[in-house]
Design a protein around this ligand. Sequence first.
Ligand SMILES: [Zn+2]
Length: 247
Amino acid sequence: MVRLQRQLLRAFVSTQAEEATRDQRFVATLETLLDLIRACARKPPLKAKVRDTRLNGRRAQEFCRLCGAPVELTAFAVGNDNTKRDDPGDVLRLSSVYCTDHRPQLPNGEWNPAYRKAKRALAQFDMELARLTKQSGNWKKVEAQSGDPLVDSYIYHYVRKHYLRPGDEAELRDHARSMADGKLSDRKKQMVMLERYGVSQSDAARRLGVERQAVSKALAALPSEFRQLPNLFGFPAYFLASTKVVN
Ligand SMILES: [Zn+2]
């Protein structure tokens, strides 16, 4: 239900919404309803036995520590059978911290490579999530506070591209995950930003104090989802005025 409402809201914001007060109120009302839906979903039933097991459904039902998916135990409790185990005893070892994809060990007892990879990039995940969340709260201003105008601008464009709002918790977490997994460094964000507004690769290299080949290599290797940004009003004046040119 939340997903559907968000899709409708995005369609409205991208095609219809004017700056008019009425539109803003309409969007705010829908956001409030979405919060209500989420609050209802979090409320555990009075009899909180998880399916036919001895598990207690009142345990925290949260997002995976490493992405936007629900933790394994929650997924199982709501009937997602991807988490089903052959041995009924395994149900008791469902994670209440990680989702099925990020559980530290695989059902066969081996270490999960996806977990190790995500764990290595944990700091970046947390940082990107904080930036995306900050920016999603205000579409009118550059808000990520990364300390670099180009990186801030990148986050601004990214949030607008995906129509992210603070209530989109699962999606914000998934985007932060894919940035960390995709090795989208701040340096690459700066390069994409300069490229987006027509700065040549040699000028970008000079501005960032790196070799031109480094710019073309990094951009060529970057997945297109990170390289394609919308054209937004007011740019590039913002960062062209606020970045120093390295001579
Ligand atoms: Zn996960």
